[in-house]
Write a protein that binds this ligand. Structure first.
Ligand code: FNR
Length: 187
């Protein structure tokens, strides 16, 4: 943690497609909140498939990404829903994080999800919360705050900026809650 106020957050984006709405949201958050938090989007789409045979001598990229998670003040998930759950490569990253040096233990987590549909990833986020509560992960999830962004294609402009004012205000409130909660945890 830098000084008293500046937090270092790592973001895990659950989509690997170029025009991903969720990636655009993560980038939007990076820019909007840059005066209070640094948000680094980690390249989890580059992680190899988890294999227990390799966990003690993992490829370099696994070690690098796990180190960034371990050193962060919090982890932000920004994910779509795939078939009522989280995308496989996001689960793959979580599986790497859950083994050997368990880098997610007690890590403060905020979850954001968006979809063009109406439910805004509600089912995937329920799964994600269940996964994050497993013994190897044992993350702390921000209580009382849920961000389900439905009809996301109507809420971002051409450049990927969030322009739907009620959602902007809501995201600001949740991010503020997240930052205050992290600071409370580290007292
Ligand atoms: C989807 N989509 C989807 N949407 C949803 O609301 N519930 C679901 O269960 C699924 N399942 C699903 C599976 C797969 C394999 C794909 C490719 C898509 C639609 C999804 O919300 C939409 O494609 C989003 O735009 C994906 O997020 P990104 O890539 O834009 O961030």
């Amino acid at each position: 943690m830098k000084g008293e106020i500046y937090l270092k957050i790592v973001a895990l984006v659950g989509s690997n497609r170029k025009e991903s709405f969720n990636r655009k949201l993560a980038v939007y958050m990076q820019n909007r909140y840059q005066t209070t938090v640094e948000i680094e989007i980690l390249p989890i789409d580059k992680l190899p498939m988890y294999n227990q045979d390799d966990e003690l001598t993992p490829p370099e990229i696994v070690t690098e990404i796990k180190k960034k998670v371990a050193e962060s003040d919090g982890v932000l998930f920004v994910t779509p829903e795939y078939n009522h759950s989280i995308p496989a490569f996001l689960k793959n990253a979580i599986d790497w994080f859950s083994r050997v040096d368990k880098v997610m233990v007690n890590k403060p987590v905020m979850i954001v999800g968006s979809s063009p549909g109406v439910l805004g990833t509600a089912r995937a986020q329920m799964h994600l919360r269940q996964i994050l509560n497993s013994p190897g992960i044992s993350a702390l999830t921000l209580p009382g705050n849920e961000v389900f962004i439905g009809a996301v294609h109507e809420k971002l402009d051409e450049s990927g900026k969030l322009v739907h004012e009620p959602t902007v205000q809501f995201m600001d409130t949740v991010m503020d809650n997240y930052i205050k909660w992290i600071k409370k945890q580290s007292l």
